[in-house]
Design a protein around this ligand. Structure first.
Ligand SMILES: *Cc1c(COP(=O)(O)O)cnc(C)c1O
Length: 408
């Protein structure tokens, strides 16, 4: 099966749903049983069933199973937001005294979270670009994980999964990838060596800009049975499922960052058209990036343009596609604001992966709490504009940017 068919047909609909062609929304908090004994069994993992929607819900479960299948993982855990997903993974693996190697070209919220980890006694080593060499140079006996975005948002640097995962595995540490901007349409990171894949499903998976959510996919490829990961404790007996059990029984369940059934449903509806949207978005983004490259005074960064420093890696993993985000530098903050304000169609909003084209000035918004150095390492300059390209007729969007650029 190719991508769109597999997204729609890998999992068969549940039998008991009256033949419903879409997963119903189980908008309930709790599930009742005939006897106390039955509920006891469900609570003790001796019977399959749902008890309370913070811990599990059939609609959320269906969303998790679909994303796990699409990504080629052994299971998934859905969360209330992308940040909740990243937090749950970090807190499940790391403890005081540990180190983590991360890319400095990360989403602003994630950089702020990493500073919160610092306070908990976890050393965060930021490196400009996650490569086999930079990982090797920064690994110590205390390193417990490498974390990176596959396509940095908004730096748009692309990670060479195969060589990086090889160094991680030689050193017995997992590679955790935030694949929000790439989506499984461009690449399935587990196939190329990533152990854990995280999405802010608020973005391309949902696709309509209508629900905030996140999801963790476990590739089942990492062997936690090593004294380094004593934090996995009693879950080691579950072998490759250890992390999923730890999330479900400890951190994820106890921090309460569960996904609402209704938002899970919106994501399921979104998933159905992920391939169609991504194909259109990537085609549109390439055309817009090519056009913007011809405009005087604008510098364009897009992974599928040969001018991108990541062009070759992007080509290797994404087959010539570049995703839906373009960044441009307009020459000054004033010019960037003028360009943004002159656009007729693009919405000025802090989101990506919507069907509508969105623009933002990251330095004054998402990175407003970052230092100058952090901003530059994240590819955020005073004149940077991030464009999240939508599914509009691209001629209209190109004309809109062309007209706005006349004001530069
Ligand atoms: C948006 C985003 C996040 C955070 O996700 P939320 O759903 O907003 O919490 C994390 N990583 C990346 C790459 C993002 O774009």
């Amino acid at each position: 099966m190719k991508f769109n068919t597999s997204v729609l047909h890998t999992l068969k609909p549940e039998k008991e749903n009256y033949g419903a062609t879409q997963t119903p929304v189980y908008q309930v908090s709790a599930f009742a049983y005939d006897t106390a004994e039955q509920l006891e069994k469900v609570f003790n993992n001796k019977a399959v069933g749902f008890s309370y929607s913070r811990v599990g819900n059939p609609t959320v479960d269906a969303f998790e199973k679909r994303v796990a299948a699409i990504e080629g993982g052994i299971g998934a855990v859905a969360c209330s937001s992308g940040m909740a997903a990243i937090t749950a993974v970090f807190l499940s693996i790391l403890q005081s005294g540990d180190e983590i190697i991360v890319s400095s070209g990360l989403f602003g919220g994630t950089i702020e979270l990493l500073h919160d980890l610092d306070v908990l006694g976890i050393t965060v080593r930021f490196v400009d670009n996650i490569t086999a060499d930079s990982v090797r140079e920064n690994i110590t006996d205390c390193t417990k994980a490498v974390f990176t975005e596959l396509i940095g948002n908004p730096k748009l640097n692309v990670v060479d999964l195969e060589s990086v995962s090889q160094v991680c595995h030689e050193n017995g540490i997992p590679l955790i990838v935030d694949s929000t901007t790439a989506t499984p349409f461009l690449v399935r990171p587990v196939k190329h060596g990533a152990d854990i894949v995280i999405h802010s499903s608020s973005k391309y998976i949902n696709g309509g800009g209508n629900s905030v959510s996140g999801i963790i996919v476990d590739g089942g490829t990492f062997n936690w049975n090593n004294e380094k990961y004593s934090v996995m404790g009693k879950y080691l007996k579950f072998g490759k499922f250890a992390l999923l059990f730890r999330l479900r029984n400890d951190i994820w369940r106890n921090t309460g960052g569960c996904l609402s059934p209704f938002n899970a449903f919106m994501n399921i509806v979104g998933l159905d058209t992920l391939g169609l949207r991504m194909e259109r978005i990537c085609d549109n983004a390439l055309k817009l990036a090519e056009f913007l490259s011809t405009v005087d005074g604008i510098e364009v960064n897009y992974p599928a343009l040969s001018s991108s420093p990541c062009y070759d890696i992007a080509k290797k993993y994404f087959g010539g596609r570049g995703g839906g985000i373009i960044t441009v530098r307009a020459g000054s903050r004033e010019k960037a604001f003028r360009l943004i304000n002159s656009l007729e169609y693009a919405l000025i909003a802090t989101n990506i992966g919507d069907v509508k084209t969105l623009v933002i000035h990251p330095a004054s918004t998402i990175y407003t709490h970052s230092t100058e150095e952090q901003k530059i390492n994240a590819g955020v300059y005073d004149d940077t504009i991030r464009i999240s390209v939508g599914i509009e007729d691209i001629d209209d969007i190109i004309a809109d940017f062309g007209k706005a650029a006349e004001n530069l």
